[in-house]
Design a protein around this ligand. Sequence first.
Ligand SMILES: CC(C)[C@H](C(=O)O)[C@@H](O)C(=O)O
Ligand code: SF4
Length: 757
Amino acid sequence: MPVAVTPPRTLYDKIWDDHVVDVNEDGLALVYIDRHLVHEVTSPQAFEGLRTAGRPVRRPDCTLATVDHNVPTVSRKNFKSVETFISEPDSRAQCAALEDNVKEFGLTYFGMKDRRQGIVHVIGPEQGFTLPGITCVCGDSHTSTHGAFGSLAFGIGTSEVEHVLATQTLLQKKGKNMRITVDGELHEGVTSKDVILHIIGVIGTAGGTGCVIEYAGSVFRGFSMEARMSVCNMSIEAGARAGMVAPDEVTFKYLQGRPLAPKGEEWDRAVAYWKTLKTDEGAKFDIEVNIPASEIIPTVTWGTSPQDVVPITGRVPDPSTMSDPVKRASAQRSLAYMGLEPNTPMEEITIDKVFIGSCTNSRIEDLRSAVKVILAAGPDAKVAPNVHAMVVPGSGLIKQHAEAEGLDVIFKRAGFDWREAGCSMCLGMNPDQLAPGERCASTSNRNFEGRQGAGGRTHLLSPAMAAAAAITGKLTDVRKFIGKVAEAHIAAAPPLKTVSEFNFMDDATASPTPEASTDSSSSSLPSASSPSSVEKFVVVKGIAAPLHIENVDTDMIIPKQFLKTLKRTGLADALFYTLRRDPHTGKETDFILNRAPYNKAKILVCTGHNFGCGSSREHAPWSLNDFGIRCVIAPSFADIFRNNSMQNGMLPVTIPQEQCIELAKDAEAGLDLEVDLEKEEIRRVNGQPPIPFTTDAFRRHCLLNGLDDIALTMQRGEAISQFEQRRTEMWPWLNGFGYADKKIPVGPVRKTKKTEW
Ligand SMILES: CC(C)[C@H](C(=O)O)[C@@H](O)C(=O)O
Ligand code: SF4
């Protein structure tokens, strides 16, 4: 009898196969979600949806919530409550709404009084909530961070947050397999941040669209978990929804002993399973990219897209040398925004601010590497007089850890501002923002226009490079702080203590939260005839507005200040706000959507690739919808934006760029377009033949009939329950990990330094 041979599979294939509950005929799978992280910005509308439909959270034990985007990072010494501490009303309302929601739905929550509070992508790994082999989601694009553990982790929009809360599953199409291999030795001074910036420079911000990236090769193997997290974090900036590194001894060592990691026999069983999680020899990747480590040198961005990278030894590029007209126009626009002249040496660019923080680079290792540069600069090293430099640890525990190592003292002595945990100036939804025209050397992940504050200019770089820039007042090659003199300075400084992170873990588990439920019963599933709330999309005919921009990011579609709403509506004026309003006078500009007839547009035709890249904010399609635009036509879309649109009865149509250019000409002539989903064609009124397009059969069916995904999934409650049973048998450590669950013994309370709050 011939033995059946399973074809070799990638790491992504394996995790995917282990999580499919069932598959539709057209390949759309219902995928089980093991871990769900929740923050205050993308969850209020989801909880409201549950409340309206009378649905509970299916797996509170697999859900962890915190506040991060809106929290001020000033001292919490006098913190009493969110109501008294957060002065900005919309930020306060969003944080208060999350506090109410976690109480009402019985979720584990790290609030502002809890030392475990921090950026959602920092606290998950820190607590051992993130584990190898799991599926992990969050209403946040940088969920890709968690892939560093060999998990399938990706960002979702608010409708999908609601879907996961209600059903613990998601409807997903499997992506493509992409492998990026970096082999060889990195040069001194080159860090994980330089590696990922370099990769994005090579493949572009749309390079990973539709793919899950596996990072392979000796460089990633040699990286710590912190470094792997920084790389996976920015997979979204490379267009991929998820990035991953196969788990190994480094991963296991990082996890063992964390509060929510499996213990005892379950640990051994888990490790045995985790060791199987690697790509099989001979497995096929759809796309392979190989980058020699030796090609990477300290890297910095010059423009307003993360792909606009250049070695620190390089110069600002010259758009006049670019042959592609769309690229040339984008570069010209970027340079005008950034206030830079072509050919300026990068090291001559002076800065006003330094930001060390964000889910990319706010972990202990990042802080240590910045401190090393300060020490290397000598005992009198100070932040340059023209610069304000801030350090924002990713979580309260990291802050405490850094203080135990004395890192805060070195930062403060050099003139850095030492803050409390949060997203801070990465996004500026809180008081930490750039003023118009200010230039910042930032360890965050996005340099989009207005990202760190309206009119603010961002250069992305590593924590070590950020520290170097703080000291010199200019973008600086960190390798100037390496060598004999630097070593002598470091040797002469009082030695730093290296304290194990675990000193801060055990006693942090005194959760002020309600008991996390482990009940996964589906008693309150709605009947099959649940009402649908999604608008139908059949035919849309009307004015089409042309847009000639590449990489239209969601920060551009709707800037951060409008994300503070608790509603899904009222966002029409927020659409393309920075392009539609003069930043100084607040008056309407002559941007296309402000001009008749385009101010009545129902369709948007974009000629540039990668529409909707960046953040997972569903506010982007909400604002388009509110404006009246029901259909966007573009050569390519970012994955999360595409999904978010269809969740709201909107149609993203992908057709070749040449055809987009043709349709944009019709639009410029003021001609109507007619998009027919039933026939899958775009009709033109100028006598030209219709342009065909395709849509996934299931999505098309839902749009044509206005069907609501959640109600449909709830009809599959039986299959989900069966999957959960199997999951309990095979991976028991994934169940019931609420802190109050008596199954997991909480370690002895150790004495630690008193915290500030
Ligand atoms: C608020 C959230 C939707 C957003 C994201 O998805 O990335 C934010 O974290 C960001 O970095 O822009
Ligand atoms: S990218 Fe910035 S704003 Fe978004 S989660 Fe990370 S730290 Fe927060």
